[in-house]
Design a protein around this ligand. Structure first.
Ligand code: CO
Length: 134
């Protein structure tokens, strides 16, 4: 069921500073920062040959990554995103297996315009998992 690693998302306190690290130290090609108010984050997309990195900076008052950065002020890996062919079939299978789907369990439109769901980190060894329909 699980497909390609679509991206690794890294929460950062300062996206300009984090962007410089990826661009200048690591030589990556970065997008401009993209504000996503509906998700409470500003995102920089980094294309690597085999996957993507997304830098996430809190945006607005109730950012879903604010608590994460309160606990990890210098930032850290926030979630990994795996592709699935059929997100509803994946969700139903995972629920049958006992995994908890966050929110109301209905897919939302993610950063790439595709349906996504998040799975509870306690069911995946402490890792927040995003599923994106490929
Ligand atoms: Co993501």
């Amino acid at each position: 069921m699980i497909g390609r690693l679509n991206h690794v998302a890294i929460a950062v306190p300062d996206i300009a500073s984090a962007s410089r690290v990826y661009r200048d130290m690591l030589g990556a090609t970065l997008s401009e920062p993209v504000e996503q108010p509906e998700h409470g984050v500003t995102v920089v997309f980094i294309e690597l040959p085999n996957t993507k990195i997304e830098l996430l900076e809190p945006l607005g008052e109730n950012s879903p990554i604010a608590n994460f950065l309160a606990k990890a002020p210098s930032g850290g890996i926030h979630h990994v995103c795996y592709e699935v062919d059929d997100i509803l079939a994946a969700r139903d299978r995972l629920k049958r297996e006992g995994a908890r789907v966050l929110g109301d369990g209905e897919p939302k439109t993610g950063a790439h315009g595709k349906p996504v769901l998040f799975l509870h980190p306690k069911d995946f060894n402490g890792t927040l998992v995003e599923l994106e329909e490929a």
